[in-house]
Design a protein around this ligand. Structure first.
Ligand code: COA
Length: 198
């Protein structure tokens, strides 16, 4: 019930008015290249998650939440990265084509790949899982997308995520307040005064 309300709230917010402050980063062409991690599986529209992995997502996000989430694979052409441990979902993350985020973040670039969102199971947090997931994402994007710019962002108050992104070697673009309203018809962004990397 609460998950259902969250989804309704999220959709309403997207359609009406959404204002968030993000710390935005991009890959550093001269920085870390990342490393593929054998523990991380990747899925896409051509290779969807097997039934056992899909069922872990249903347990994590509920039936509708999982449907919406995994729908991204076919609907948006996104890539899903997943780490499991037996019957436990350890972590996941998304590599999204630029058209998925252009409405809010198109001001950053005409092209790119959006890394995220990511999630680590609370029982596994603080053990470097996110760091390895980001390293894997970097290496995989280089393999699949060459030198296309990679962007990643986190709500500026999300200390764990911002720290993980910095540790993975991404370069700060800045901190921006991003506003969209009326289903994206109105949109603007403002660079914040105390800007990371300004
Ligand atoms: C953000 C998140 C993915 C981090 O996952 P994690 O696997 O615990 O992260 P890691 O263990 O790889 O830690 C990465 C860095 O962040 C630091 N960190 C982790 N949790 C932290 C916290 N609560 N406060 C401050 N720093 C934190 C770690 O110390 C590490 O830095 P270090 O190498 O200098 O020690 C996880 O907290 C999460 O799933 N949060 C909810 C969903 C979310 O916010 N996703 C991010 C938005 S895309």
């Amino acid at each position: 019930m609460r998950r259902g309300l969250d989804i309704v709230r999220m959709v309403a917010e997207r359609l009406c008015y959404r204002a968030r402050t993000y710390a935005i980063f991009r890959d550093d062409p001269n920085g870390q290249r990342g490393a593929l991690d054998a523990a991380i599986q990747s899925y896409d529209a051509a290779r969807p998650p097997p039934a056992d992995v899909a069922s872990l997502f249903r347990r994590h996000a509920g039936r509708w939440g999982a449907l919406v989430m995994l729908g991204r694979l076919r609907r948006a052409g996104a890539i899903l990265l997943v780490q499991t441990d037996g019957a436990e979902l350890v972590a996941y993350g998304w590599l999204q084509p630029w058209h998925c985020v252009r409405r809010e973040f198109g001001f950053l670039s005409h092209e790119g790949v959006c890394l995220g969102p990511y999630w680590t199971n609370p029982a596994w947090r603080g053990r470097g899982v996110y760091g390895r997931m980001l390293g894997h994402s970097l290496a995989m994007c280089r393999e699949r997308f060459g030198e296309t710019p990679l962007y990643i962002w986190a709500r500026s108050e999300n200390v764990a995520s911002v720290r993980g992104i910095e540790r993975a070697g991404f370069a700060p673009v800045g901190t921006f307040r991003v506003v969209t309203a009326l289903a994206g018809l109105v949109r603007y962004h403002v660079r914040c005064a105390s800007t990371a990397g300004a």
